[in-house]
Design a protein around this ligand. Sequence first.
Ligand code: DGL
Length: 280
Amino acid sequence: MSVPEHSPIGVFDSGFGGLTVLKEIVKELPQYDYLYLGDNARAPYGSRSYETVYEYTLECVKQLFDKGCHLVILACNTASAKALRTIQQKDLPKLASNKRVLGVIRPTTEIIGNYSSTKQVGVLGTAGTVSSGSYIVEIEKFFPELKVFQEACPMWVPLIENNEFDNKGAEYFIKKHVEALMKQSPKIDAIILGCTHYPLIENKIKKFLSPDVKLLSQGNLVAKGLKEYLNRHPEMEKNCSKNGSLTFFTTDMPEAFDKNASLFFGKEVKAKHLALDFRH
Ligand code: DGL
């Protein structure tokens, strides 16, 4: 079978956060075409129910499939935690058994144990990611000896999405949650940034941690994971078109998206609007 002319790799997030992952993926694998979709009209997902996150995520995945993607990365921890498994197990076999959807939780959980000597690790994430327990379950598979402590940081995504994270007021909330995590166990020596928005405040998080605590952010780990995945799955790789193009869609206003996106992506972007059917 011939390779479709335009079969980009889809990258999805509730809003801007997935751009921190896309940025690293493009660095690692510049040859492919990419289609980014930010569901800004319905972000943040972090405090929404299982059903809602699943429904929104599935709808966006279908949109990406309709636009020619064979492979979609959920570059959003909340969607990976609350929707990925159901989409993989229930929807994909019916919808498109030759297409794949991958998440962002596994690449950090399969290495976190190598960064800890105290065997006590932390996870910072949205309320949804933390309450799903997905990180605890995944880490247990690879490193059953680790004790995992979690802290939900519900204010961080709104502060980042509204470009308020560099202001003094933001530090109050950053400090509050970092201290709350370390209070659970002062022995924590490795922490996963379990939300694709958080790399933007990595330096601020570090301010409230001792220098020997390691922080793991996801971008480059997900990029390396994708590279390995494509090596292991030549049948998927050969379906990905390779013109090095980048296309951005947002479910909200493209002008507003473009204004903020460069902060996350490190480059100017020009997004198009993707209309969703809000009636159902
Ligand atoms: N960036 C997403 C994540 O990694 C969630 C942000 C949101 O709450 O929508 O969890």
